[in-house]
Structures are given as structure tokens and as C-alpha cells.
Design a protein around this ligand. Sequence first.
Ligand code: FAQ
Length: 337
Amino acid sequence: MYTQSFNVPDADAKPGTPLKAVPHDAALQAHFDAVVDADGKIEPRDWMPDAYRKTLVRQISQHAHSEIVGMLPEGNWISRAPSLKRKAILVAKVQDEGGHGLYLYSAAETLGTSRDQMFEALHSGKAKYSSIFNYPTLTWADVGVVGWLVDGAAIMNQIPLCRCSFGPYARAMIRVCKEESFHQRQGYEALLTMMQGTEEQKAMVQDAVNRWWWKCLAMFGPPDADSPNSVQGMRWGIKRISNDDLRQKFVDATVPQAEVLGVTLPDPDLKWNEARGHHDHGQIDWDEFWAVVNGDGPCNKERLATRVKAWNDGAWVRDAALAHAARQQARAMKEAA
Ligand code: FAQ
């Protein structure tokens, strides 16, 4: 049974069974292609190619894991926020990220993959999540910079996903983007406040920008030429704008924001290119990116261990909720009989 709250398995449902498994048929494929070509929406019970379903489960579950693991770097600062106001804002933000993870797991579940399967993939280290969350938040300025740059990059990537061809993902993204926009502005506002403070506070902001800038550019994924999933993702209307084009839009949008803030972006090659109508930027360290994606970043082990511990510590809550849901279901069936 699929519910928004707790998942009670149907007696006859095997995990991973697509909601509607129908044999492949040229007419079904033609109908699917026509809907995608017309910018329509594919819904969970519609026929879809297996590869489309697999791609969506991969991307949406990775996205969900990113939101959940993404709670950790900022969550570390809740008990150390510099004022009650900043603490309340940070609690709300981190809680929003948890909510985004839950919408996204729900969207992926509609494709026939259970939440338990997705958690198992995360906890065993098989599933990817965004590289950016494997870096530490060393000072309070990092919390502002995560809001400004990490949420800023996330919004740039997620706005086109509101037009994704898969209905549940597209609809989840509309609310997520509205909330991310608040996150981005709260980060920027926190930094503006620090930049009006002492020399030490200003230096702290600049140091945090120096450490996060390049990692944020890498968040958009490998260059288009090295992105194995892009061509098919674009053909299916899952991706609407390529990794490199989104990265460029992010750089162009962020440069004037940095000027207003009064910080320098740590790239000597960053300059306006009149002919292209865009900023040029320096080389991203892709070796570092792949090392982090493959588990060798500064915080990968710590992040995964924290998630696994939280999962194990929460076992009694899940057991109690499942027992309660099963009892309620049995009572409802008895009353209906
Ligand atoms: N980190 O062929 P492509 C957030 C992998 S949410 C790790 O280009 P694709 C909110 C990629 O999975 C941030 N792995 O792949 C927040 C693939 O491996 P696979 C997350 C990465 O899917 C803010 C391989 O490289 N957002 O920040 C990364 O076409 C603050 C080849 O790449 C989303 O997930 C990376 N950065 O494009 C929360 C958005 N980049 O799976 C808390 C949805 C690439 O074949 C605090 N996802 N890889 O083994 C997407 O838009 C896409 O999946 C991309 C990658 C653009 C991330």
C-alpha cells in the first residue's frame, strides 16, 4: 500500500514490482514518445520504457539522498547558531531539506521502488548523493555560504526540473524550488550582516567563499562531453538544460551577487567575455570531484556513518509505527466486514 505516511506492505506486493508492468509494444512506445515530444507529463500508472523508469529512480533517489545527507553539514551548527533568530531560521531550513527528501522518496516510490530499497542503497554506500555534502562546515560563515551558493546552485539545477516529463518529480520540484529560494536568501542575508561586521567576520566570509566556490561549480556534474546520462535524459525531457549550461547560468548569476556582498570569487580566470555574453571561468578539478563521488572526500565516511546510526537508532520508532498501523488496518477491516 502506498501512503504519504507509513508504508505497510500489501500481502501480495513484491518490492520493486512496477505499479503497472505491461509487455513492450510499439504502440505504447509511440504514445510515450508523443507525450514526451509534446511536453506532456508521464504519470506513474502510464506505460514507460524500463530504461526511463530506471533513470528516474536513479536520479530521484540520488536527489532524495542528497537532501537527507544535506541536512548534516548545517545541522551541525544548530546548537552553535549565534542568536535565537539565526537558530530558528536554521532549524526551519534543515527541516525543509528533510521534507524535500521525503517528497522525493515518495515520487520515486510511485515508480515501484520501495523506500527500504532506497535506504538500503544509501546505507550500504551503493547509492550516490551530491558531492557537495562531503565537505565540512568549519565556521558560522560556512552556513551562510551553503545557503547562498549551495542552495543557489541547487535552485539553478532544480528550476528546469519543474518541467520534467515525469509528473510526480516535476510537481515536487515546484514546492522544493520555492523553499530553496528562501534558503538561498537567508544565507545571503546572513552573509550581508557579517560583511557589515568586524574585519574578522569579513575574513571568515571570504575564507568560506574560497573553500566552497569550486565545489559548488562541480555540483552541476561532469562537463557535457563526459556526462554519460545527459543525451538520453534530455531526449526524455527529464533534463532540460545541460550540466555546462546550468553551471554557466550559475556563474553569471553569482558574480554580481558577490560584488554586492563585497567578496572575491577565488578564480583568477573569472572574467566577462563580451563575445560570448557570459563569464569565462577557470578549470574545475575533476579528479577531486570523482574522488569525492567515489567515496574519498573529507567527510564521506562521517556522513554515511551518521546516517546509518540514525537509521539504527530509529528502528524502535519504525517498529512501533508499523505495529500501530497494522493494528489500525486490522481493526478497519474487522469493522468493514
Ligand atoms: N555529486 O551523466 P551525469 C541540494 C554523477 S540537492 C555526485 O551528468 P546526470 C539541496 C551522476 O549521478 C543537490 N554525483 O548524470 C540542498 C552520474 O552517476 P550515475 C542534489 C554526481 O544524472 C541544499 C555520473 O556522475 N541535486 O543541494 C554529481 O545526467 C543545501 C555522471 O553524471 C540533485 O540531485 C554530483 N554533484 O546529471 C540540501 C538534482 N554530478 O548515477 C541541503 C537532480 C553528477 O550514472 C542543503 N539531479 N554525478 O552512477 C540532477 O539534476 C542530475 O542527476 C545531475 C547529474 C545534474 C546531478
